[in-house]
Design a protein around this ligand. Structure first.
Ligand SMILES: [Zn+2]
Length: 428
């Protein structure tokens, strides 16, 4: 029995589900093969209907796992949609030609991604200054000293900037350096999502560095801007980590996207929302309207697993306007914070590894993508570092295609175009 009023699944949404299933199976669009309809409960899970039907959100404005139907059914850690697609795949006649899910014979994929909330574990004097301002803005009652601090904020920022050349840059040795080294060791170029300061609207949650802030990165003194440019030049995917207030406002989103593009000269097309502040009803459309072509926010802060029942990429469907967006969504299945934080599962390392490997095994069985999020600054913690390294090693040992969100998006778009093209046999 359902206690929540359910919207009917429209014919357009059903058709999107049908098309997505054919894409996952790798069946050409013009192949006359009949593919069974996805059962309603799975179609609703995949389309995220409940996120339109339930208005409740947590204290950060997020739809959390406790509200989800697959949590109630105790299947959040099971890729139910992918398992159903596998059961259909097993019934396909042997003569049906299907496109492989992943390139070069890989049976599954591994997407390494990083929200660079901080480049270093240390704050510079300027960042501490910005932090104090942020804390004061969150206070309900300000003292005279608080007001004086805020009034003098800009002039004090300029003074601190003039002192910067004599300041020791913050060290990235335990954070970004470690993150890059793991990827270099495994020959993978992951995604690095960078925030940019200042946001258009202040939030107590936002990150605090600008493109000019300085670090020692891989033994050299570099600005945040130079680090982004070097990563992009080396073939890493550099995307936007949009601040808290970008999730619900196109204006705020565009402000940050343009700011990071102006600061770096890069064209930014991939993203993950900071704090996973993402509302299915609003955020994907904002991202699409801002020129973003791939997102990997769809996961939970306080749990791991399969928010949409799948780990595979797909084109996002906006249930509110009843149309597909030209936006590739790659669900994020595991984040460091969800595993270790006291706000979430709070696991110890042995149990974290066991649960992560179980999750990866289910992704391997269903040919999906293990999209993992590890924050560079958290790699200073030995347990987080160990979990990241061992999950990566496990996936590679099992034959994963290690890639960034951008590489997966490109592969998915090319593969979809191929499936949608008229097949040679039907051309005249
Ligand atoms: Zn973040």
């Amino acid at each position: 029995m359902s206690f929540q009023e359910q919207r009917p699944i429209t014919e357009a949404a059903r058709s999107h589900v049908r098309e997505t299933v054919r894409q996952w199976l790798g069946v050409r669009k013009d192949d006359a093969l009949h593919v069974p309809e996805m059962p309603d409960n799975l179609a609703r899970l995949f389309l995220r209907c409940e996120e339109w039907e339930i208005d409740s959100r947590d204290q950060w404005g997020n739809f959390e796992h406790g509200l989800a139907d697959n949590t109630r059914r105790r299947t959040l850690w099971i890729p139910e949609v992918d398992e159903w697609v596998n059961s259909i795949r097993a019934t396909l006649p042997p003569k049906v030609q299907t496109e492989p899910l992943w390139p070069n014979g890989h049976k599954f994929a591994l997407c390494l991604s990083h929200d660079v909330d901080a480049i270093s574990t240390q704050y510079s004097a300027l960042q501490l200054h910005r932090l104090k301002r942020r804390e004061l803005l969150a206070k309900s009652v300000l003292t005279g000293a608080d007001r004086s601090f805020l009034a003098a904020f800009e002039s004090e920022s300029s003074r601190l900037e003039s002192l910067r050349p004599s300041e020791r840059p913050s060290s990235a040795v335990e954070s970004m350096d470690r993150s890059i080294q793991i990827e270099k060791d495994f020959g993978i170029k992951g995604s690095y999502f960078f925030p940019i300061w200042p946001p258009k609207v202040d939030s107590p949650y936002d990150c605090l560095y600008t493109a000019d802030d300085q670090y020692t990165y891989l033994g050299r003194v570099m600005t945040a801007r130079d680090i982004m440019l070097e990563l992009a030049a080396e073939g890493f995917d550099v995307g936007l980590h949009g601040g808290y207030h970008t999730a619900l406002s196109l204006e705020n989103f565009l402000h940050e996207k343009h700011l990071i593009e102006d600061e770096t000269g890069l064209s930014i097309t991939t993203t993950r929302q900071h704090w996973l502040h993402w509302d299915a009803r609003v955020t994907p459309r904002i991202q699409f309207q801002a020129g973003i072509t791939a997102d990997s926010t769809l996961g939970y802060n306080r749990n791991i697993g399969f928010r949409a029942g799948t780990s595979k990429p797909y084109f996002f469907y906006d249930v509110g306007t009843d149309e597909q967006l030209d936006l590739v969504e790659l669900p994020m299945v595991l984040m460091d914070g969800s595993v270790f934080s006291t706000m979430a599962l709070e696991l110890d390392l042995p149990r974290a590894k066991q649960i992560a490997f179980d999750l990866i095994d289910r992704i391997i069985e269903t040919g999906g993508c293990a999209s993992l999020l590890f924050h560079p600054e958290n790699l200073a913690n030995p347990a987080t570092y160990s979990l990241y390294r061992e999950c990566t090693a496990y996936c590679i040992e099992k034959g994963a295609w290690g890639a960034s969100l951008k590489q997966i998006e490109n592969w998915w778009r090319d593969r979809t175009a191929k499936l949608n093209a008229q097949s040679p046999s039907t051309e005249h």
